[in-house]
Ligand binder design. Structure first.
Ligand code: THG
Length: 368
């Protein structure tokens, strides 16, 4: 049965909602109190199309939390375990936000967008409230807001050609995780070589709704021969590629070390952030559990809650995300598993939510 989402001002639409509904969005999910398309023609067909063509995604839900003022850099560094002391004003930084116990509260891309101005392009949790609490508690001089910025992502192997048609050939020179401002109809837009897929592409930070709609139409109209389509982050593609989803694979009960985010955790003695000593201790002692991949001999899999996993009668962890992958010809899962039970590459029978499943543990991202 199809259950409709009752829309309201509280559950926010985006400037592009009327366009994606015109083009036949099939389902929505909710993210940062806003609607996010989840499928257009079904996730398998959407996935295949994304891997071969180009899609325009309404990812307005990737909200910007803006820190502005003399203490903006200090506040940013206080809440992330990534070393941002040398952050460049043309690079995106994937940086876990953590609490005083070293647990993950969010995993945004952070950008220094101007003097004393930072954007946290957040995943699904209320970082604005966390930042306000810290700012008030520590008496910091920083203004916190959520500017009206609504990202359009252009993803897929043909995204480079489509972007060249709309923004000129300069755009093709932008390197991975760099950002720069480009003109569209006399309006400067921040564009990054980034996006929540492994198929390549760009994210356009649109700060004017009218310009955004014109841009949306321009991308669709210029890409007919490239087989452009409206799209959205795709469950299958992101699991295959090992792109972690906060709220699904990672929760507020996990540390970044348990989520294998070690490259983004700094133990530089010159920087300080909340929860650092706890992460230092966990790093010395090693983690008891971590996120890994599972290849599962199943025809289909839909996760709506974490499924307990047992091996030889013992509880070893939980399955947090999963789907059937046509490319792998099996189901792929992302699971939090106790390290002492991790044994890669051997096929074993696991009891997943009381169902016996032939399973193989692997590292992420998945490889064939
Ligand atoms: N783009 C923007 N905002 C976002 C996301 C995004 N906010 C929510 C969510 N996605 C944040 N989480 C991620 C997770 C992974 C990546 C980006 C944002 C990502 N990772 C690369 C990878 O894993 O290949 C590279 C990471 C690195 O090496 O630094 O792209 O997508 N604006």
């Amino acid at each position: 049965m199809n259950h409709l989402i009752a829309k309201s001002a509280r559950l926010r639409s985006t400037p592009y909602t009327k366009r994606i509904e015109k083009y036949g969005v099939q389902s929505y999910t909710v993210y940062n109190h806003m609607i996010l398309p989840a499928s257009f023609k079904g996730i398998e067909e959407d996935c295949l199309h994304l891997k071969n063509n180009v899609q325009v995604w309404d990812v307005s839900v990737e909200r910007q939390v803006q820190f502005k003022g003399p203490d903006a850099a200090k506040l940013t560094q206080l809440i992330t375990c990534r070393d941002l002391s040398n952050a460049k004003d043309y690079l995106c930084y994937y940086a876990p936000i953590i609490d005083e116990k070293g647990k993950i509260l969010n995993d945004p891309l952070i950008m220094k967008v101007g003097d004393d101005t930072w954007w946290l392009s957040i995943a699904d949790s209320d970082i604005l409230l966390y930042a306000k609490g810290i700012t008030i508690g520590m008496n910091l001089d920083v203004e916190i807001s959520e500017p009206n910025v609504n990202i359009l992502a252009v993803q897929g192997p043909k995204s480079f050609d489509l972007m060249e048609r709309v923004f000129g050939e300069e755009i093709k020179k932008l390197k991975f995780f760099n950002f720069k401002r480009y003109e569209f109809q006399g309006h400067k837009l921040l564009i990054a070589r980034s996006g929540w897929s492994k198929q390549g592409g760009f994210e356009i930070y649109v700060d004017d709704d009218e310009v955004g709609l014109n841009l949306y139409d321009s991308l669709i109209n210029n890409g007919e021969d490239l087989n452009v389509r409206p799209g959205c982050p795709n469950l299958i593609e992101r699991i295959e590629g090992g792109l972690l989803s906060f709220g699904n694979d990672m929760t507020m009960e996990d540390t970044p070390l348990e989520c294998s985010l070690n490259p983004f955790v700094s133990f530089n003695p010159d920087i300080n952030y909340l929860g650092k000593s706890i992460l230092e201790k966990q790093n010395r002692e090693g983690v008891q559990r971590s996120l890994i991949g599972l290849k599962l001999k199943l025809d289909n899999l839909t996760i709506t809650k974490y499924l307990p996993i047992q091996l030889d009668g013992q509880f070893i962890g939980e399955l947090r995300s999963g789907c059937f992958s046509p490319d792998f010809g099996c189901c792929l899962g992302i699971a939090m598993i106790q390290t002492k039970f991790q044994n890669f590459n051997e096929v074993k029978t696991l009891l997943i939510d009381n169902l016996e499943v032939q399973s193989q543990m692997t590292s992420l991202p998945f490889s064939k």
